[in-house]
Each structure stands twice: as C-alpha cells, then as structure tokens.
Design a protein around this ligand. Structure first.
Ligand SMILES: Cc1cc2nc3c(=O)[nH]c(=O)nc-3n(C[C@H](O)[C@H](O)[C@H](O)COP(=O)(O)OP(=O)(O)OC[C@H]3O[C@@H](n4cnc5c(N)ncnc54)[C@H](O)[C@@H]3O)c2cc1C
Length: 607
C-alpha cells in the first residue's frame, strides 16, 4: 500500500476551482459529516410571496396550458401520428411558451428558474412530448445562447426563438459518444484565413433537430495547452442553411412519440467564426452548465407527472369496483396511494428547493440537481408502473392513456445524465473531501471524475470548507419533526463514517468500486430527500400552524421512515455484510460474459 507521502500529489483541483470551490453544497457537505442547513432552512417561500407579479404570469400560463388538451391538441393523436402539428407550435409561440427562459429584452418572458420549473411541471402533466419540445427549445438550445452567447448572437437569435418562429436544438450525442460526452468525435478545424470553421461529424437523437433553425452543438478543436497542442470540445451555433448541414432522418421511439429526434450530419459544414459559443476549447463547460440547468426542468416535469399520475390512480381506483368494493377500499391500493403521495411530496419539495437554489446562485447546486433528477425520474417511473397495475388490463391497452404514460416516463432515467452516471457523479464528488488526505486516492479519483463525461469537468472542486457547517441541524424545528431531525443527524454522521471507511478500505480502487459508490450515492439521495421534506414541512407548520398541517406531517413521517429504511439497508451493505454477495455477483457476471449470456443448461430440453 502506498503511504500518503508518495509524492504523487493531491487531486489537482486548481483547474476547475474558480467555478465551484467557494460555494457550499448541502449534499457534498453531508459526505464529510457537515450539515449546511442554512442553505435549506427556512425552506423557500412560494413564488406568490417572493414575486407576486411573476406568480401572476405563471398562473396565467398554467390556465392557458390546462385549457389546451382537447382544444389545441389531443395527446393520443400526437402519440399515434408521431408529430406535433405546426399550429400547436405556433400557438405555443403566441402564448410565450417558447420564450420562457429568454430575457425580456429579447422578447421572452424572462422567467426565473422557479417560475420556469412550475410552468414546465404543468406542461408535463398535459403532454410529455410537448414538454420535451419546450424543454429542448427553452431549457437547452435557447438556454445555451442565453448563458454563453455574445451580444450579437443574442440579438440575432433570441428574438426569433422567443417568438417561436424558429426552434432551437442542442446537439451533443453521437453514435459512439453518449454518457462519455467529453469525448465527442465530431471535429472542427479553423480555416487558414480564420473566417470560418469546418465541422465534420454526426449527431444522433437530437430533439427538434429535423426543423430547428439554430442548434447549439459541440466538436473537438485543437488548442494550445501549456505549450502543447491538444484537443478540447468547443461549442458552436449551427443553422440548417449552412453549407454541409444535413438532416439524415428521424427515429421512431418507445415513448414521447409526438416529439421528434433527428440524426444530423456535418459534412464539411462551414460555420462562420462568430458562431463559436463561449470560448474555443471551453465547450465542455458550456455542455455541462446547460445540462445542469436542464436537470431542474426535467425534475420539475417528473414531479408534475408523478402528481398527475396519483390523481389518475385515485380517480380510477375509486370508480372501479371488484369483489363488491372499489379498489380504493383495499389496503394494497391504499399503500400505493400513500407511498406515491409521500414520495411526490418529497419530489415536489426537492424541486422547489433546487429551483430556489438555482435562482439564488449563491451555492453549488450540481449535486442537489443530480439527487433531484434521480429521485424524481425514478418516482415518475414507479408511479406510471403502479398506475398500469392499478388499472389492470386497462392499464395495458388503448384507448386508455396509462400505457402511454408508462412509455413516456421511461426516457427520463436515460437522458440529461443517465441515472447510473449521476449516482457515480454524486458519490465520486462526495468522497473527494474524505479522500483528499489520502494522496493516492486523490490521484486515482482524478481520472474517473474527468472521464465522467457530462457531469464531471467543472464539478471536480475541492469539497467546500467545513467552516460554518456543523454536524447538527441548527434550525429550530417543530417537535413533531424533531425525531426525524435526530435521525437525519445520526445518518449524516454514518454517511461520513461509511465514506471514510470505503475510502480507507478500497484506497485507489475506490473509483472502480461502483457498487460501493452506488450505495453511498443512494444514501446521500435519501438523506437529501429527507432533509428537504423536513424543511418544507417546517415551513408549512410555521405559516399555518401544526394543526392545519396534519396531512403534510403524515407525508413527512412516511417519507422519513421509508427513506430511513433504505438508508440503513445501504449502510449495512457497506459495512461489509454485502461483500460476499458482491463477490458472488462479480463471479456470476464473469460467467455471463464468458458465455455471452445465460449459461445454465435448459431445465426442460437437453439440446
Ligand atoms: C428520446 C431521446 C431524446 C434525446 N435528446 C437528445 C438531444 O436533444 N440532444 C442530445 O445531445 N442528446 C439527446 N439524447 C441522447 C441522450 O442524452 C443519451 O441517450 C444519453 O446521454 C445516454 O447516452 P447513450 O444512449 O449513448 O447511452 P450509453 O452512454 O451507452 O449508456 C448506456 C447505459 O450504460 C450506463 N453506463 C454508461 N457508462 C457507464 C459507466 N461508466 N458505469 C456504469 N454504467 C454506465 C448508462 O448509465 C446507461 O444506462 C436523446 C436520447 C433519446 C433516446
């Protein structure tokens, strides 16, 4: 074993420090036993209190959105026809729904992150495909220009994007590059006279790509670094009328069928030099930053969708009679109602907290965004699955909408950072603080963090200083929540202990011990869900009094108990009791790989 003084150097944080080093994070702190509860307590006030004028705009938009189904579109038809008709997109533009994130000076509504998340949540409940169209346009394509565009690029593109006369897209994924997005294969070469770049490459599954008027895209460029030539991604704005741009075709899909994803080809694509987005060689930062913002949108959509599915489930179960009673009378159905309600309450609380963090911009919310994305996307999938189960055969067949809801829900665990990758991201970032004093571990962490594709890069900041953070929740909470807070504090201490134990036990290999990392991430996600739910409930108690919050306190109780159980099961696994099982898993996986799949003789026929 190498000692701490082997001279290999600590994790080099300096290259990423400026973007995140000074900002605290509640989730990152928990891995070191620190509780930055000042970032969460008091839980943010509602938009109506914070900004009544903006709340009125949001309420108007929600009314318009809720009127649309049946009047402007029919979701079953969008799904069947696998398209969103032009008049729908036009109507969205006229209502301002395509300019939600674009500043007012460019003709958009300039909504805060909180307001945008709220609108998006409702949009997702009326149609998931339309939500994807808007999410790609507002949350990714336009957002890239808002965040990184030059004044000229903004003046040129944002007004048309805000009106909806032009749609935006965001093209990162390639046939050989998905999660590992730092390694895009598309290339960009600057012309000798410096007037333009020439792009070569392919992008796949690009939302709105078949019809977008402007596309934020990424390609490798050669740059000088410490006197040596190397390659780094650069972001560009491309348009379909640029010579060399071609839409190869569109794909058919399991869900969100109304939305369209296209394959794009850049064959000697000529892009004027003033269409670089951000700085040459800094495209990865652009990609990460935009996708981080996108995770809030996705979480809001999943939360809205989960709440709507619980509404569907309740209505269905109340009217469906079997064995002389409605399904809602049975305990098993009631367990489903209760768990989904408690989880939706947590998801809603996490989304609201994340939106406020993004608006405040005084903390690093990347880990909170990752936790919220994983929690909400997995909740939506469970909710859709349980809805199908409660509806029985009607859950599986058309014209009932439940099979479509299930299909539509599935993509959220895959795009905008697959959940496996986000779990690795949460854990690898979390263990950096405890690992920092073990030089060899720090060095080993550098590689997986850098290679974690979309979610790494500027997130590899040194863990925030423990100054100002304690291992206790300093905020005063109501006595009804006090026990949950005590457990939370105990569990944070346990997360710290398990993190340190894992780092010391696995040392350099920790970066490859994905099952350990996955458990640490799951513990952090459950802890974060717990504390956010407590903070929200405390806020409600303060504003209405405990007697008026009995139902919310019940939701909080159930969430804390179930999340606590999962936490303990992961902690027990990490404490060594699962080691043997993990070894068995590894041996079986080895046998599966060697046999190219299932390897046992057939139980019935000896072929
Ligand atoms: C409907 C749809 C819309 C999309 N829209 C867009 C868009 O508008 N713009 C755009 O640029 N892209 C878009 N994408 C692409 C999407 O972002 C990618 O599919 C996603 O990033 C995952 O990449 P991949 O599909 O290549 O999966 P892969 O990266 O091949 O991953 C496959 C699986 O392996 C897991 N995995 C990968 N690496 C590891 C590891 N190191 N350890 C353990 N597990 C790992 C992943 O978690 C995942 O479960 C879209 C995709 C779809 C299907």
């Amino acid at each position: 074993m190498r000692g701490a003084g082997d001279g290999r150097g600590l994790v080099s944080h300096s290259r990423y420090q400026p973007m995140a080093d000074q900002k605290p994070s509640l989730v990152r702190g928990m891995f070191t036993g620190a509780i930055h509860d000042e970032l969460l307590f008091p839980y943010p006030a509602t938009l109506d209190d914070r900004d009544p004028a903006e709340a009125r705009v949001v309420s108007r938009l929600l009314r318009e959105i809720r009127r649309m189904p049946g009047e402007l579109f029919d979701s079953a038809e969008l799904d069947e026809s696998e398209t969103i008709p032009e008049p729908v997109i036009r109507a969205f533009g006229e209502l301002g729904l395509l300019g939600l994130t674009i500043p007012r000076e460019y003709g958009g509504l300039g909504l805060s992150a909180t307001a945008y998340a709220r609108v998006f949540a409702t949009l997702s409940t009326v149609d998931a495909s339309l939500a994807v169209l808007v999410g790609v346009h507002c949350g990714l394509g336009s957002k890239a220009i808002v965040l990184f565009g030059t004044p000229e690029q903004k003046t040129r593109y944002l007004p048309q994007l805000a009106r909806g006369s032009v749609l935006a897209a965001y093209a990162l994924t390639e046939p050989d590059v998905g999660s590992d997005a730092q390694n895009v294969k598309a290339t960009a070469t600057l012309a000798d006279d410096g007037t333009h770049w020439v792009l070569e490459g392919r992008k796949i599954w690009i939302g709105n790509g078949h019809c977008a008027g402007v596309i934020a895209t990424f390609a490798q460029t050669t740059i000088e670094r410490r006197g040596e030539r190397t390659t780094r991604p650069t972001a560009f704005l491309v348009r379909p009328d640029m010579p060399g741009f071609r839409v190869v075709g569109t794909v058919r899909k399991l869900g969100i069928r109304g939305s369209t994803q296209a394959e794009l080809s850049y064959e000697h694509l000529v892009v004027p030099s003033d269409h670089v987005l951000g700085h040459v060689g800094k495209g990865f930062g652009v990609a990460v930053h935009v996708l981080n913002a996108g995770r809030l949108t996705l979480a809001a959509g999943c939360t809205g969708g989960s709440k709507a599915l619980l509404d569907h489930m309740t209505r269905y179960a109340k009217q469906r009679v079997q064995f002389g009673h409605s399904l809602a009378d049975y305990e098993i159905t009631q367990r489903k109602f209760a768990q989904l309600a408690a989880d939706a309450y947590a998801a809603d609380s996490m989304t609201g907290a994340l939106a406020a963090l993004v608006d405040r911009a005084d903390s690093d919310s990347a880990l909170e965004a990752a936790c919220t994305k994983v929690f909400t996307s997995e909740l939506l999938w469970r909710a859709a699955d349980e809805m199908v189960q409660v509806a029985g055969g009607r859950g599986f067949v058309k014209p009932y909408p439940y099979e479509r809801h299930l299909r539509d829900a599935r993509i959220n665990r895959i795009f905008e950072g697959a959940n496996e990758i986000l779990r690795l991201f949460i854990a690898l970032n979390g263990i950096q603080g405890p690992a920092a004093h073990l030089r060899e571990v720090g060095t080993a962490l550098r590689r997986p963090l850098r290679n974690l594709g979309l979610v790494s890069g500027f997130m590899t900041a040194r863990v925030a200083s423990r100054l100002g953070a304690t291992s206790r929740v300093e905020a005063v909470v109501h006595e009804r929540l006090a026990e949950h807070v005590r457990y939370f504090e105990k569990h944070v201490a346990e997360l710290k202990a398990e993190t340190e134990r894992a780092v010391i036990k696995h040392r350099r290999a920790i970066a490859e011990r994905q099952l350990v990392l996955e458990r640490l991430a799951d513990m952090a996600i459950d802890l974060y869900a717990t504390v956010v739910t407590i903070a929200r409930t405390q806020r409600l108690i303060e504003s209405r009094g405990a007697a008026a919050c009995e139902r919310e306190i019940d939701l909080c109780d159930l969430l804390c108990v179930t999340a606590g159980r999962r936490f303990r099961s992961n902690r027990v696994a990490l404490s060594g009791r699962e080691d043997q099982v993990d070894h068995t898993r590894q041996r079986i996986a080895g046998a599966v790989r060697a046999a190219d799949g299932y390897f046992v003789d057939d139980a019935i026929l000896d072929e």
